[in-house]
Structures are given as C-alpha cells and as structure tokens.
Design a protein around this ligand. Structure first.
Ligand code: IPD
Length: 307
C-alpha cells in the first residue's frame, strides 16, 4: 500500500483495505481522552517508577497501563494493522511499511514523574513509514493537537494551526529564533558531545562564531515540542535520540500546519520517522526562510549524531 493511496481515502477500490483516516483519527482522539484520565489520576503521588537504559530513562506503571489499554483497544478495532509502542518495543521487530499505529503512552515521562505538567499521550498512524494521522493530548493542560494527512492540523479540534494562520511572520534566521532542544537520556559519548557542543554554538555570541539564537527551551516532550513548532510558538526543534513513537503523531501535526521536518544531521532533507534525529521548522508565508534556517542550523552542528 502506498501513502498516496490512503491520503484522505475512504472506500478506494483496492485489493487491500484502505485505512479510513477520519475514523482512525476520531478513534485515536477518544483513546487519548481515556488515557488522559489514567495519567492525571496518578498525581500527586506516582507509584512504580523504574528506569530502563539508565537513571534518566524512566518508566512508570502508568506508562505500561496506558500502553496496555491503548494497544488492546487498537488491536480489537483494527486487528489488520500493526502496533509499535514504546513500552512493548522489541528491537527484533522494527517498524515496517505496513500500516502501523505508533504510540508513546506517556511522552515526557520525566516531567510526569516530577509533576511538571508537560507530558502527553502521542498516538500516530503511519503507512509506508509515512505518518498520516496524529493525535497528541496533554491531559494537564487539556490541549489536544490532531491532524490527518491532507486535512490540516488543529488545536482542540477547532483552532487551525499555526495559531497565527496567514499572519505568521516569515522566518528571519537563527538570530531571531526560539529553538526547542532536549538533553535526552544519552549522557556520554559522541551523541552527547554533538548535542552539548552544538547547544554552545547556537547560544554563543556572533562575534565568537555562534548563532546567538533568541534562546533555547528544553521542555521534556518531543511530541509537544513538535506541536509547539506546528503552533508557531517555537521556530525550530532539533533533536537526536528520540524514537518513532516520540515523533510520529507530532510529525503529521507539524507538516499539516505548514512546517517541515528534515534530518537532525546536516545534508539529509529526507528524514525518516524511525531515523532518531530530527530538525523541525515552523510554517512561514510561502515557505520563506525555511530552507535557509535549516541550512543555517545544520552549519552550526558540531560533530554528527550516530543513531
Ligand atoms: C522522551 C522525551 C524527551 C526526549 C527523549 C524521549 P519519553 O520520551 O520525548 O523529550 O528528549 O529522547 O525519549 O521517554 O518521555 O517517552
């Protein structure tokens, strides 16, 4: 099945069943609200916090419970589609071209554990590894972002993104940009060095060779960062180390809001949803300055991500 055969598709004749994106979108929104109740019921006391790869890579019993609830519901309603979730991921079964739900039950788990209200459920659906439906819900702020390929992106179902619509300002280079970045959980080696040295270059004064960006924000959720770029409240988001479930849903929301997403390493304009390194850029009137700001950011990257 190709992506084009599903865009906005309902009832297209094909030997394979064509995913009904509107139905999937609406079902994912219902699931996001249900998941939100479980997530908010955890506070103020979160039980069962454990770690995975290291002490900053956290998981809670709520991550597992939400993934269980979501995967059961999706498998029941859509047994024909695959499921790819953070807490049940098995490296022996990487993402394929098959229509697949790509789910992070709680994106921003570190925030969740600390009670910092920037966490969400991220529910995506991809065909041929191209994200085509995305739903991201922060139950603490009750902000729901959603999008379907070819149909635009919305906040709380009615406000079209980006928030300023046609009045969004053109991009005017890194010197005027607010950028999302993340520390992530890899704290040693080349990937860590690449991040830290690049942060320094982005922040540093121009006369010392830096980009002197307006500032950088590290808010702890890749999915919500992508939604902030889609909204136009962040100009860019650069990251290496996150996974398809962190970005799939936000990817659709961003691109449907006129933004673009490329590889987090310089030179590759064709980012992969499971490529683990990303650079997202907000909408700009007629795309003005998008290509230039991507090349400018790439020019400041120190080293290379090895994901
Ligand atoms: C993490 C968050 C974080 C990003 C990490 C992700 P999790 O997801 O999205 O912002 O920097 O790379 O793993 O663990 O909270 O689902």
């Amino acid at each position: 099945m190709t992506v084009d055969s599903v865009s906005g598709a309902q009832g297209v004749n094909s030997r394979e069943e064509t995913p009904n994106l509107q139905e999937i979108h609406d079902f994912l929104i219902d699931l996001a609200f249900k998941a939100g109740e479980t997530i908010t019921s955890a506070l103020p006391l979160i039980n069962g916090v454990g770690s995975k790869k290291n002490s900053s890579d956290l998981v809670t019993e709520y991550d597992r419970a939400v993934e269980q609830m979501v995967s059961t519901a999706l498998r029941e309603k859509y047994p024909q589609y695959k499921f790819h979730g953070e807490e049940t991921y098995n490296p022996a079964h990487p993402l394929t071209d098959d229509p697949t739900f790509i789910v992070d039950p709680i994106d921003g788990t570190v925030n969740f554990v600390h009670g910092f209200p920037n966490a969400c459920i991220s529910l995506g659906f991809a065909v041929s590894r191209t994200p085509v439906v995305g739903v991201v819900f922060n139950p603490f702020t009750q902000m729901l972002y959603s999008a379907m390929r070819g149909k635009g992106a919305y906040l709380n179902r009615t406000t079209k993104l980006p928030l300023k619509g046609a009045n969004i300002e053109p991009l005017r280079g890194l010197g005027n940009a607010l950028i999302g970045v993340e520390w992530g959980s890899d704290r040693s080696g080349k990937n860590w060095e690449t991040k830290i040295r690049t942060f320094e270059r982005l922040g540093k004064a121009r006369e010392d060779g830096g980009a002197m960006v307006h500032s950088m924000r590290s808010m702890g959720s890749a999915a919500l960062n992508l939604c902030a770029v889609a909204s136009g409240t962040l100009d860019l988001y650069w990251e290496g180390g996150c996974w398809a479930w962190d970005v799939c849903a936000g990817w659709v929301i961003l691109t449907e809001a006129g933004g673009i997403i490329v590889d987090g390493n310089p030179g590759n304009w064709d980012a992969k949803v499971d490529g683990r390194k990303y650079l997202a850029v907000r909408a700009s009137p007629d795309g003005e300055g998008q290509k230039e700001i991507i090349e400018e950011l790439w020019s400041h990257i120190q080293g290379k991500f090895e994901y």
